[in-house]
Design a binder for this molecule. Structure first.
Ligand code: ADP
Ligand code: MG
Length: 339
């Protein structure tokens, strides 16, 4: 008799959770991305004690069909891709089918959802990966997921959590960037009863940035746009008078996904050329649209890192468009030729 055995589903989920659910902000990220993928126009995030007590994400999106509710919490269950061909043309934020089972494995989760408009939905309660309750329930169209006592059954991970302020910082930082990426969605973030973010969902990028950075900074923003063979760039960048001590004010969004990419940040800085004081960094929100075939989002479970097949072209577009936008604003008044 061999000694190698397949892990049971619950244990496999707990192991996957180690990668997918690093801290409260990872839960917020996964739940909010699901809300975005569901076509929501409102997403309300409520957290308590930095998310360690409670993370609740309520949306008005498509909801989950009653018959699908249990399946949604199974590992590798997704409605977003079906074939390996789909994997190379990802248009949604999620596709791995890992978030819900992973979160449910390391918390006490309840989900009320409805895909209908007659007020009828379904509620499921899962504790440490075990389904405790599943029943019909009254619900508006949309999904409302509450995650309580994150890591209650993984003491080693719980111990690793930082202060409430630090965890809250990670949550708000992520949500700010998603709100920038999706100005058509009205986001709210509440922590211990206080509202920290409220965007209107008007579709106006500058308005979303004003909700996050304040109206004074929003007034210092210059619009950027440009196009190359494969990429379309749009967004807002702050005039070089407004700078930060680090790169935290830079948000790059690729096909609706907030990503981190050193090379693209460098291209942005190159675009400012000598206008930035040494060791100072701009505030900027760059949106890049492209054929999803040209970007590999399946690099890491968190999907924060992506790979571009034509990175040099994209860097050139960013540098050139930023320089153009700043040139129009900053340089032309100085070098304007007489008519
Ligand atoms: P993925 O997002 O990678 O598909 P998840 O585990 O995050 O995997 O979610 C599993 C499935 O549950 C999704 O594919 C989707 O069909 C459904 N789902 C999850 N959250 C929502 C939501 N807020 N609204 C509608 N459907 C949802
Ligand atoms: Mg998901």
């Amino acid at each position: 008799m061999g000694i190698i055995k397949l892990l049971d589903e619950q244990l496999a989920n707990q192991i996957a959770a180690g990668e997918v659910v690093e801290r409260p902000s990872s839960v917020v990220k996964e739940l909010v991305e699901n809300a975005v993928d569901a076509g929501s126009t409102r997403v309300d995030v409520t957290i308590e004690e930095g998310g360690l007590q409670l993370i609740r994400v309520a949306d008005n999106g498509s909801g989950i069909e009653g018959d699908d509710v249990e399946t949604a919490f199974l590992r590798h269950a997704t409605s977003k891709i079906a074939t390996s061909k789909d994997l190379f043309a990802i248009r949604t934020l999620g596709f791995r089918g890992e978030a819900l089972p992973s979160i449910a494995a390391v918390s006490k989760l309840s989900c009320t959802t409805s895909a209908r408009t007659d007020g009828l939905g379904r509620r499921i309660v899962i504790e440490g990966g075990t389904v405790r309750e599943i029943a019909d329930a009254a619900a508006e169209r949309g999904t409302d997921i509450a995650v309580r006592e994150l890591f209650y059954n993984t003491p080693a991970r719980l111990k690793y959590m930082k202060s409430i302020q630090t965890e809250l910082g990670h949550v708000s930082d992520y949500l700010y960037r998603l709100a920038i990426a999706h100005p058509h969605i009205a986001f709210t973030l509440k922590h211990n009863g206080h509202t920290l973010l409220q965007t209107l969902g008007s579709g106006d990028g500058r308005q979303a940035l004003a909700a996050i950075y304040g109206t004074a900074l929003a007034k210092q923003l210059v619009e950027v746009s440009g196009e190359s063979i494969d990429y379309k760039l749009s967004g807002w960048i702050a005039k070089p008078e407004v700078t930060r001590a680090n790169r935290g004010g830079i948000t790059v969004i690729v096909n609706g996904r907030y990503i981190r990419n050193y090379a693209l940040n460098q291209a942005l800085l190159q675009g400012y050329h000598t206008l930035l004081p040494i060791n100072r960094f701009p505030v900027a929100a760059l949106r890049i649209e492209m054929d999803p075939v040209l970007v590999d989002v399946n690099v890491h479970p968190s999907k924060l890192e992506v790979r571009f097949s034509k990175e040099a072209e994209l860097m050139e577009l960013i540098e050139h468009s930023v320089r153009n936008a700043l040139g129009n604003q900053v340089l032309i008044p100085q070098i304007a030729k007489p008519a």
